[in-house]
Structures are given as C-alpha cells and as structure tokens.
Design a protein around this ligand. Sequence first.
Ligand code: AMP
Length: 468
Amino acid sequence: MKFLNTFRSLVETQPDAKAFIHRDETMTYRVLDALSDDLGEQIKHSKKPLIVYGHMSKWMIVGMIGALKAGIGYVPIDVSIPKDRIEKIFETIQPELIFATEQMETDVKVITPDDVSESSAQLVGVQHSDVAYTIFTSGSTGMPKGVEILGESLDEFIDWMASLYVRQEENYWLNQAPLSFDLSVMAVYPALATGSALVMIDKDMIKKPIGIYETLKQYPMSAWVSTPSFMEMCLMLPEFDMAHHENLKHFYFCGEALKHKTAENLKSKFNESRIYNTYGPTEATVAVTGIEVTDEVLSKYNPLPVGYARPGVSLSINDDELHIHGKAVSIGYVNAPDKTAAQFYNNGERSYKTGDKGRIEDGLLFIDGRIDFQIKLNGYRMELEEIEHVITEQQGIQGCIVTPIEKQGKVQYLVAHVITSSFDENELKEQLKTVLPEYMIPRKFNVIEQLPMTANGKVDRKALIGEN
Ligand code: AMP
C-alpha cells in the first residue's frame, strides 16, 4: 500500500513527532513504527484478519498498523459492542488471533500489549488487492455485515483526504468516532499520512463534554473529523471559536446529514476555516463525495448538497437510488454471498447500490433520505429491522415494529411497538442491553394488539408512526 510507504518515510523524517495522543498517553512516529513492526512479525502467518479490540488507546492504532504491515488486515471492535454481537462477528470471521487492548473473555488466541515490544521487521504489507480492513455494520437479519475494504480503496481515499488538507505549522487531527465505525478512518489515516498527530476523543469525554473542552485547550487542533451531531454538541462548548482555536482550519463531516443551521453556526464561529460536507457508506470506503461549505454554498442551498464525486468515483441514479462505482467500492460482505449479490454488482467496475435516495443538481449530489429502513440516530447507523428482530426474540414478545420519531427530518428517538401478553418495560430494556448496543435500544415501548398490514400483506410501518 502507498500509505505504508508514506508512513515509513515519515518515520524517517520526523521520528520524534507525535503520532498519537489520548489524554495523557502519547506515542511518536518512531514508537508506533517499532511496536507495529513487532506485532506485525508475530501475526504475519495468520490466514485471517487480526481482531483489534478495545477503545481509544494507542494500542488500537498499533494493532491496526501492525495488521496492515503484516499483510493480513484487521477487524476493529470497540468495547461498546455487546458480547452477543461480537460472537456473531467471530462466527463470520472465524478469527485466529485477537489483539486485545482491553480485558476480553474468548477462546481465540489472544495477544495483549504486554506481548509487544519495540523492534524492527521486514514485512510485505497489505497489497492493493488485499483486504486492508473489515468493518461490521448493522444487518437487517440480526447478523452484522462485514464490509471488506481493499488496500487500493483505502489508498485512494487517503490521497483524496490529504489533498483537502493544508498542512499547518502544527498538525493535530481530532477523531471522535470509535474505531469500529468507518468515520474514524477519515481521521486515522489522513492524520498519519500527513505527518500529523491523531487526537482521540473517548466515550467518557462525550458523556461529559468538559473533557473535550480540556483536550481542545491542550492541543492546537488543525483538523476536525466528526459526525454533525457531535459538532452540534460542541457548538455549545465555551470558547469554541476561531479566537480561541486559531489553528483549527479544517472541519470534515460525514455519516449523516449536515444541517444548514449547524454549518452556518460553525461558519460564524470559524469564518476562515474550511468546512467540508462529505457523504458515503462504509461499503464505499467512508466518503465518495465532498464539498466545501462556503458562504456562497450556504446562501444558495438549503438543504446542503453532499458535493461532487471524488477522483476515481462515479455516481449514477437508478429509480431514485444512488449507485456508486469505482475502486472505492468494497468487494462485498465477508462470507455472505447472498447479501453481497443483493447490494453489489460489477459491469466492468465494482458498483454498490446505496439504498439512499439521490438527486443530482448543478452537478452536485443531494441525499433525500433512505429508500429502505436504515436510519441514523445520533450519528449511529442502524437497521430498524435488526432491532425488531432482536426484540422479537425476547421472551414474551410476539411481534415488534420499531418506528423512528423525527423532528425537522432528523431522528430523535425510537419507539418499539410490541405485541405481548406479559410485559415489563424495564426488564425488557435490561434484557436488550445484553444483546444490543445502548444506542439501538428504543426509548419508548408501546403495546399493540396486532401489526397493521398494507393491502398487499406487508407490515404497514407508516400506520404506526402516529402512535407514540
Ligand atoms: P455508514 O456506513 O455508517 O457511514 O452510513 C452510511 C449512510 O449514512 C449513508 O448511506 C447515508 O444514508 C448516510 N450519510 C452519510 N453521510 C451523509 C451525508 N453527508 N448526508 C446525508 N446522509 C449521509
């Protein structure tokens, strides 16, 4: 991969520059190189990708880079993913090795940070046509889908991101997304490819945003990568403006719609910064379109466009649905040929049916929601059918439909309409916490007698939306 060469030359030219920062933990380019060489050497014979488990520590990055160097690729799993879901991921991957940066119970062979020390190794590295990483997203049957991204796709994406970044005297990239969410790829690799320091925001800081404020005060951030929802929260922080963060010249958003109001508010606080709205699914390597949201764009468009196709990508609209073509597109879902065939095709180039309603105007792409039931809540992507599937599996539940409650086009929370004879809401929520991430658990439960049907015998979701 081109990225590994870029990284190696940075290790030579700036060995003592910081590559990673999380709270008081830091790591230089030299140390990241030496630790990932050692890990890479230990795992290079594995026939399966390395599972990299944990949260925001430097070891997660060591695991990811080590697996790329070893040529085997990796599957990132954040601590917030429940055990049951991890088991499903393991069923699909059949891993040989786990790099557990946090405590983990498993029968699979585990390597921990204690087993890794600084050394130097000659490793082949992931090639263009090897899988660099596999990220799992929500699947409608309750089985998460593992999206396989090739080395060439990742390289093309990194090149594009690096072209949108103007190096400053001090280069610090903020990453908000957990490493199992592909938005983090937008911070991790462009930061390392541009010789910057990657600054991690963890889940406790997000719960208590004062931690973010402290981090922002401590480091002269130059680039910001987050969901728009996270930015909405940060816009309420004190001293969050150009006067206090004069190095913060780049904002990159992806993962959900960037509201006009949010961009306008941000632009008023950071009027000299470049704000990018980017769009893409995990299946097409994070983001495939982008646009700088200038004053002109703000005055011309509301809602905002998601931009122009990046180099190497082409787009088409078929019956309202956006299709993406090019090397950005994944080779499919791991060990799931049927699901892959349903979403991907190849007429000379890899193509993916997004399920998003797309519209092209003035050469710009606009996204008008989903054609299926996948939604975004607080930046997390989920399929309502998966939540329904899991709830229906719980004791005493005969049927379930989950409806999103929206305000101004944005999902605020979920309501589960359940058919049940005996029902204790708190008990059910506790039960669900063991099988679903907390953000997927509906806020309200509404007991119904039967599921409404449409004329052709399908469940009528729309009929339930009014019943909260
Ligand atoms: P994920 O695979 O988690 O990144 O989710 C991808 C989905 O998020 C896309 O298919 C869209 O539905 C939505 N999405 C991502 N970026 C944007 C954006 N800039 N505007 C609107 N929707 C977006």
